[in-house]
Design a protein around this ligand. Structure first.
Ligand code: HEM
Ligand code: HEM
Ligand SMILES: [Fe+2]
Length: 489
């Protein structure tokens, strides 16, 4: 028997009754994630326009609040997307149904309800004093993870329940290399969230811990998480060899933690931490692109080895988009401003926003979308999603193109604005208050902001088409899924 056939995930259909609770639950998470993705883009369009028309919705929906909704919606939709991905893969990987499925469904509704309440409070209570009561009830004031304390505690409880569901399913079913890495990573991911709940009135200390969540999430635990999802996705779409994929995963994880943990120092340059962070942060974060190169090589190698023949073309295309997006958005765009000598000028400018957009979209949005395509394929009855789709796959191809062109275009526009801003505000004028405003009015800066909107609308069009495609793809398909012959090692 070949190795792939011995691994039941590669022949999951044999044990699958087609109605697994975890996979059903994953569809709930994916739906909630897509609603929040749409909200993210809607609020993104508003704040992008407010850069050009500062009076827009003034005192109705302030920039600070709309921006907060834009980035918090992103964090939450990506987390919900990841939870969906894990619920989607856990049963195939463990070879059994989800343990504690009822609890997991209740958990979903509690989490979704809490998110809705938090956003409603953001929108209804936009201004007011910042005090202990507001930290508990309204807003904690930590960028990206602004949720008030009550919601923080609720999120921790929900994550613990999720962790129980996943770990218990593997324990009662079967463990694998991928699931071992995944579960250890989930422990780290949840534990780091606690660092963002610590309250101190000292802004340097506060930032010090806050970065433990933001940096160590996106540059360590989330990267490992998507490494696991990618490994599994390649086995699923291509029939890639499990032993090879798992070996890559171990190498990538070792490198990721090797550079990502001390790479944290690139956020400690200017917040009042000791000077040695300049060296540590500069050195280790400069190494961070290396594992991302490995991930591109890994994905392209596997896809090439299988002649790009896949059981799900849209999913494979988005997995490849992830490998490149992660490399360029995080690796290249991150590397550009990670040395303290450069960061001195670019810190907190549109340069940062340029990197933030390409990295979050390229590394994380893409892979969630890939797994959603896999999930939809199964939900529509394990239908054909390889080449020769009706209409030549018009909707998935165009949504892929519009979303990627849109985000890439915004990234370049922001980079141009950021370049001008760093030059005028920092290099020429020396970071004064008036220099900040002078830079915002330079022609290149303003034109960058205009182009960002052009590409923002393209992104929005891509999203609309994506949602339409997800709602319709495979509905009228009669051909069964293409079965792949595993390629021996
Ligand atoms: C997928 C992984 C990554 C994501 C999602 C990401 C995202 C972000 C975001 C959103 C910010 C802005 C934070 C803020 O609001 O202040 C940021 C800052 C930064 N990132 Fe990344 N990043 C990633 C990986 C990397 C890598 C690999 C490097 C270096 C090689 C890097 C270097 C930096 C630096 C130096 C800053 C600080 C910019 C400043 O001083 O304003 N990032 N990142
Ligand atoms: C219609 C498309 C979008 C528009 C017009 C838009 C616009 C904006 C604007 C105006 C900001 C505030 C920047 C500032 O404070 O100067 C922002 C921040 C941000 N957006 Fe978007 N956005 C869009 C889509 C996205 C997407 C698809 C992602 C990622 C999946 C994303 C991730 C972020 C992040 C991470 C930040 C914070 C960046 C930082 O702190 O430097 N946005 N966006
Ligand atoms: Fe970082």
């Amino acid at each position: 028997m070949s190795e792939a056939a011995a691994n039941p995930i590669d022949r999951a259909e044999e044990t699958d009754d087609g109605n697994r609770p975890g996979q059903k639950l994953a569809l709930y998470y994916f739906s909630a994630a897509m609603v929040l993705f749409a909200a993210q883009i809607l609020f993104g369009l508003i704040i992008g326009l407010q850069y050009l028309y500062p009076d827009l919705l003034y005192n109705v929906l302030d920039f600070s609040v709309a921006r907060m909704v834009h980035i918090n919606a992103m964090i939450v939709w990506l987390l919900m997307g990841f939870i969906g991905c894990i619920y989607w893969l856990v049963e195939d990987e463990a070879g059994r149904d989800l343990v504690g499925a009822k609890l997991a469904f209740v958990n979903f509704w509690i989490l979704t309800g809490a998110v809705a309440v938090v956003v409603a409070v953001y929108l209804f209570v936009q201004i007011g004093p910042g005090e202990l009561r507001s930290i508990w009830l309204i807003n904690e004031g930590r960028e990206y993870i602004e949720a008030p304390r009550w919601a923080d505690i609720g999120i921790v409880v929900c994550v613990l329940i999720f962790f129980y569901n996943v770990a218990a399913t593997f324990t009662k079913g079967r463990w694998s290399g991928i699931s071992g890495v995944l579960v250890l990573d989930l422990i780290a991911l949840a534990a780091l969230y606690l660092a963002g709940m610590y309250f101190t009135p000292n802004i340097s200390v506060d930032q010090h811990w806050w970065w433990w969540v933001v940096h160590l999430w996106v540059e360590a635990t989330w990267e490992v998480l998507v490494g696991c999802i990618m490994a599994w996705g390649l086995i699923r779409t291509l029939g890639a060899n499990r032993r090879i994929v798992t070996t890559w995963l171990y190498i990538e994880v070792a490198m990721m933690f090797g550079s990502g943990i001390l790479g944290l120092g690139h956020h400690y340059f200017w917040i009042g931490t000791p000077e040695y962070w300049l060296t540590i942060g500069g050195f280790f974060s400069a190494l961070e692109p290396i594992p991302l190169v490995a991930m591109v090589v890994h994905a392209v190698y596997d896809a090439g080895r299988h002649g790009f023949k896949s059981s799900n073309h849209p999913a494979l295309a988005w997995l490849i988009a992830h490998a490149f997006g992660n490399f360029f958005g995080a690796g290249v765009w991150g590397f550009m401003h990670t040395l303290p000598q450069i960061n001195l000028y670019t810190h907190g400018t549109q340069w940062t926003a340029s990197h933030g957009h390409l990295a979050f979209f390229g590394a994380y949005a893409t892979i969630v979308i890939a797994i959603i395509y896999l999930a939809i394929q199964k939900a529509r009855g394990d239908v054909w999603m390889s080449g020769a789709l009706p209409g030549n796959g018009f909707a998935w191809k165009w949504s892929l193109a519009l979303l990627n062109i849109g985000v890439l275009g915004m990234t370049v526009a922001l980079l141009i604005s950021g370049y001008e801003q760093s030059f005028v505000e920092r290099a020429l004028e020396g970071s004064t208050w008036s220099a900040y405003f002078e830079a915002q009015q330079t022609p290149w800066f303003v034109q960058g902001m205009q182009w960002r909107m052009v590409f923002g609308w393209i992104t929005a069009a891509g999203l609309a088409l994506l949602l339409w495609d997800l709602a319709t793809i495979g509905r009228r398909e009669t051909r069964p899924v293409q079965v792949l012959n595993p390629v021996p090692a």
